[in-house]
Design a protein around this ligand. Structure first.
Ligand SMILES: [Zn+2]
Length: 310
């Protein structure tokens, strides 16, 4: 069921966008009437937008309030708020179809939950997804594992997630001991895990989970938050999940953390670790809350970093 998208892309063809400096090995194709997509070696990656969520800027509790507001105003964010894109990524390699994270379903209201429509627009039927890989199990990443009827959204998919992450979110003790607000954080996981428990493939360590895809431990945002390195020949790309929640704030201030982080200090450490690597080696990154289509390269500027969106 991917014929329609291939036809759409065929009309515009694949071309490197004029005026953009592309990292070696990464080709962006974007016909006017098609969704953007990238190729990296023999991986083809299509970004899919689940929607836009609005959060209070005060979730960045350790930020200087004036500096925080200046950065958000420069980025055109509304007073007191930060609007974040929620991205997921479709990966195709040969006959293998993979989805990384699944968006929110209806857990955060009507501005989100668009993944099913985005998949359809990309010409992919949910039953074609063979593997779902999760960066972590917060609601905006696991919500879409379940459809509007409470059924499995991806009937034929194996689920890949860090073992410690699965264990944490499926623990009745952890749920029972959470506050009411904390218990809402379990909503997506608790709806999904019974539907996938017979086809979950928990991973730990850095061993390859699918051909050319290796996990990168980036803990702190959640207990076992994980990025993924895609390697094909000499080319590579990193999907870093929620290393950055607010691009406006956390490239300028990698040390700033949010109340979404399970272990803020560890989250900041993981962010700086991956920033250093991708800046030094100019590895393109995809992020779940980078501005859609969610891709960029990172430059170091003293203690700060800058994102060049792709
Ligand atoms: Zn998130």
């Amino acid at each position: 069921m991917r014929i329609s998208r291939r036809n759409v892309l065929a009309k515009g063809g694949a071309a490197t966008l004029a005026g953009l400096t592309m990292p070696a090995g990464l080709t962006l194709s974007a016909a006017e009437d098609a969704q953007p997509a990238w190729t990296i070696g023999d991986f083809r990656i299509t970004p899919l937008l689940d929607g836009v969520v609005e959060v209070d800027e005060t979730i960045f509790t350790d930020a200087d309030p004036a500096a925080r507001r200046d950065l958000l105003e420069d980025a055109g964010q509304p007073e007191g708020k930060i609007r974040l894109d929620v991205n997921t990524f479709l990966i195709e390699r040969g006959d293998t179809t993979i989805l990384v994270d699944t968006g929110t379903r209806d857990l955060y209201g009507p501005t989100l939950g668009k993944l099913p429509a985005a998949l359809a627009a990309a010409g992919v039927d949910p039953s074609d997804i063979q593997h779902v890989i999760l960066t972590h199990m917060h609601n905006d990443h696991v919500g879409g594992l379940v459809d509007g009827n409470g059924k499995s959204a991806f009937a034929n998919a194996q689920l890949h997630v860090a073992e410690a992450e699965w264990t944490y979110w499926t623990s009745e003790d952890n749920f029972a001991s959470a506050t009411a607000a904390g218990q809402f954080s379990f909503a997506g996981a608790r709806a999904a895990t019974p539907l996938y428990q017979d086809r979950v493939q928990p991973f730990s360590g850095t061993a390859e989970i699918l051909p050319g895809i290796h996990p990168i431990a980036l803990p702190g945002h959640s207990l076992a938050h994980t990025g993924f390195r895609l390697t094909s020949g000499a080319d590579q790309l990193i999907i870093w999940g929620d290393v950055v929640v607010s691009p406006e704030l956390q490239f300028a201030h990698p040390e700033w953390t949010s109340t979404f982080d399970a272990d803020p200090a560890q989250a900041a450490q993981s962010r700086m670790q991956i920033f250093r690597e991708v800046a030094a080696d100019q590895i393109p990154v995809l992020g779940m809350h980078l501005p859609f289509p969610g891709a960029g390269t990172v430059l170091r500027n003293g203690d700060a970093y800058e994102l060049t969106a792709l």
